[in-house]
Structure formats: C-alpha cells, structure tokens
Write a protein that binds this ligand. Structure first.
Ligand SMILES: [Zn+2]
Length: 456
C-alpha cells in the first residue's frame, strides 16, 4: 500500500527548463552513456496552461499523475496488494526490414473487455480498488501494468557494427526498453473523447505535452507517441475512454521514413516538405476539412485509409510541448468538432486510430513538423476495411474511396459543437454520455479482424 498527499503543481512554463510543461527539464537528463543528443525544446510556450498536475505512486511502484481542469488537492492511497511482474519484455531485430519487434509475453494475460463494473480505469470505490485510487478524476496518466515497452537501457547506436553477421542474421536481441502509459480522458465510463468539454480537451493536450517532455528525458526513450485506439473494431480491449502514450527506445519506422523524406526533399528543393504539403493542400482546397487560426485539417491526396485526417499546426513546431496556449486551445475546439463529424459520417460511431507524429529526441532539428494523423477502417455503414494481401503482405494500400469524396462529406456535415449536437438531438443535455462506442460492431463483420491489440 502506498499513500501520497500532494499539492497540485501548476504546469506553468519554466523558461529555464526549456519545456512548456514544468516537467523535468529535458536538457541534460540523458546519461552520458546515451550517445544521442538530448531533445531540444527551444520554443517556450503556454504561459498560462490550464491543467494542474499531481504526482503519486501506485502500490506496485508505478507512477500515476493527475491532470486536473482546476487546482485540486488529492490524497492518493492505493490499498491494493500488487507487485509488478518482472521480465517478459524483449526486443528482437528483424534484419530483413531493419526494424525492431517488441516481445511482451505478459500482455497475453491482460484484462480483455471486462464488464463495466470490473473496469480497471474507472475511479475506485470503497468496495473495489481500480488502477485509479481516487473517487473522481479529470485526466489521469499512469504506467501501463502490461507494457509493450519497459526498461531504461537505450539501444546501442553501434549495435550493428559491434555484432557479427551470424548474430545479425539470427535476430539481435535487446532487453526491453522504453515506457508505456495509459491516459484516461474522463472518469465517465460510458462517455467518449468527442463528448468531453473544450476545457477538458485542453487538459488532455496539456497532459500529452507534459508527458512528451518528461518521457523524452527518460534514458530509455527516443520517441514519444500519444495515441488513441477507439472502438472494438480497432482492437480496443477496454471500453473506458482512454488513450496511450508510448515511449519507444528507437525511432519508429514511419518516423524514420518521414525524416528521410523531409531531408531528401530539403536537399533537392531547398524547401520544407511539411510546409509545402500544407501550402499545396490549402491551394487546392478540395481536401481541406477545416481551417482555424492555428491549424488546418485535411485529407492528404494520397490517403491510404477510407477516412484519414491530418491536422497540421500553421507554425513549424516539432513536438507537443512547443505549442502555445492559443494553439492548444484552438486545437481542443477543432479536434472535438472533427471527432463529432467523424461520428456523423456513418450510422455508428467511427472506429479510429489517432496519434501525434512528433520529432524523436535525436532527430535533426527543423526536419519534422508536429502533426496528428487520424484514420479509420470504416469504409461504409456496415463495411470495414481489412488489411488483406496487398496491404499486409506487401505494404501497398488500396483505398476504395477518393480522398476528395470523404473530405466533401466531412465538410458537408458542418462544424459540430456541443451546442449544435444538443440542438440536433433536441435534448437539453448537450453531450450524449450514454452512447458507448461499443454497440457499433457491424452486423456483417464476417470475422474478428486480425489486428495488433495495442490496448492496455
Ligand atoms: Zn471504466
């Protein structure tokens, strides 16, 4: 059992720390043995952040961090008798694709779609202790009990040059490294992210930014990915509204390709690839879904998913902690609007994967532009897109819907605010909190999708 009582910390910007979060300063936190440069967060932002942060520990030593919309004193007492499983995490190197695969055998035993009264993400009650030892919370982040990545041993930069061909061809192995966290968006089990208030959405953005800065300062973390899997069609194993934050111990394949593409474009054209993509989309206009003062949401011309939104900041920032107050507030409003439009595309809540692409710790400064990518496997009212032979076997996507058509439909739905939803539903309650995204499994789904379950 652990008990902690703490005053909330304001997430006020600390210029000396070089982050917008007030978390541990990113600079200098990496041990000398880690050869990679530390993350640079040179742009200080968020002079008046909304969220208040309170840190505590769970009974097994895992960290738990509360992000509150308003200052709130919390006394955290985890009365469970639990301990962290030892071992079970390993990374293996695929010499054909030159990519890492995480082996996390302990995840086989994690909770799978528990009954609502057994949800581990709901607040604790006198009768039942959950992962969150509080009666209420706004946003809470804690270390995943069943992490895909865990450990503080960075992947050696010279791994390939210090091993033999026989070792490489046999598949190099490294101890598990990195960190996985769960972020709960609300303590309301049957709600959803698209139903929270703008204020709460802003707290979520602050939590993402704060955890990005803090995790990049960890010795075993190279890149931070804040994401949400939504809907059982995607492979969600817990219906409580939540996302995850992965601290990968290496640069992920997608990000490696983005960085290489940006570097190549810059070398050939002396221009910023992300800025040019944004300018081209704005100039064309057919795939722009929404544009605000600080952000543009569009479907790229080459979208590979039936629904694929990209949200770019107008300012060239590389990571979430660099976002200003105004940019965070603006994003909160825009993102809720887009999530609600997504749910109006078809007759059922949109299953989606949404995540932030941001610069890894060792990325060359100026190459990456922070952006959000949201995509869905739903292609019609009762049809899902499965990754079949061409996509899964060869990595070549076939999109059955022209990106211009999906953009046109999302524009036609029009801006969706809490007020407009209330008006349309004719209820006084502006936010539907009783519609779970889980009763939407399409009747004609022939089989369970084969997917990688990236849920806690
Ligand atoms: Zn719950």
């Amino acid at each position: 059992m652990t008990t902690a009582s703490s005053e909330p910390e304001s997430l006020a910007a600390d210029p000396s720390a070089g982050t917008a979060s007030g978390a541990e300063p990113a600079t200098g936190a990496r041990p000398a043995s880690g050869a990679r440069p530390v993350p640079r967060s040179t742009t200080v932002a968020a002079a008046r952040p909304a969220a208040q942060r309170t840190r505590a520990q769970l009974a097994d030593g895992r960290e738990i961090i509360f992000f509150d919309d308003e200052p709130r004193r919390r006394t955290v007492q985890d009365r469970r008798e639990i301990s962290r499983p030892v071992g079970g995490n390993e990374m293996r190197y695929d010499p054909l694709l030159r990519e890492w695969v995480a082996i996390a055998a302990a995840r086989q035993h994690r909770t799978h779609l528990p009954a609502t009264d057994q949800c581990p993400l709901c607040p604790s009650t006198p009768e039942r202790a959950t992962e969150v030892p509080q009666a209420h919370y706004d946003v809470v982040v804690f270390e995943n009990r069943f992490p895909s990545f865990r450990g503080d041993t960075p992947v050696p930069e010279d791994l390939l040059s210090t091993t033999t061909a026989a070792q490489e061809s046999a598949g190099l192995r490294q101890p598990g490294s990195g960190r996985c966290e769960v972020v709960c968006f609300t303590d309301q089990h049957t709600s959803q992210l698209g139903a929270v208030s703008v204020r709460r959405m802003r707290t979520v953005v602050d939590a993402w930014a704060d955890r990005t800065a803090a995790m990049l300062a960890e010795p075993g973390v190279e890149q931070v990915y804040c994401f949400e899997n939504r809907g059982e069609e995607i492979g969600v194993t817990l219906n409580h509204p939540h996302g995850q934050i992965y601290g990968y111990p290496f640069i992920t394949p997608r990000t490696r390709t983005l960085l290489d593409s940006a570097a190549d474009y810059h070398a050939r054209r002396d221009a910023d690839l992300f800025a040019d993509i944004l300018a081209s989309e704005v100039s064309d206009g057919r795939r722009i879904v929404a544009r605000t003062e600080h952000w543009t949401a569009f479907i790229p011309a080459w979208a590979r998913w039936p629904v694929e939104l990209h949200i770019y900041p107008h300012r060239a920032v590389e990571r979430l902690p660099e976002l200003t107050d105004a940019e965070r507030d603006d994003f909160a409003t825009l993102y809720l609007d887009l999530l609600r439009r997504g749910d109006k595309l078809f007759d059922s809540p949109l299953p989606y994967i949404s995540g932030w692409q941001q610069a890894p710790a060792s990325a060359e400064p100026g190459l990456m532009r922070l952006h959000l990518q949201l995509f869905s496997i739903r292609r019609a009212e009762n049809k899902l897109k499965y990754l079949a032979g061409s996509e899964s076997g060869m990595g070549v996507f076939i999109n059955d819907i022209a990106p211009e058509e999906t953009a046109r439909r999302l524009v036609a739905i029009g801006p969706q605010t809490a007020e407009s939803e209330a008006a349309q539903s004719g209820t006084a309650d502006p936010v539907p909190t009783d519609s779970t995204p889980t009763d939407s499994t399409p009747a004609d789904s022939p089989t369970e999708p084969t997917h990688s379950e990236e849920t806690p």
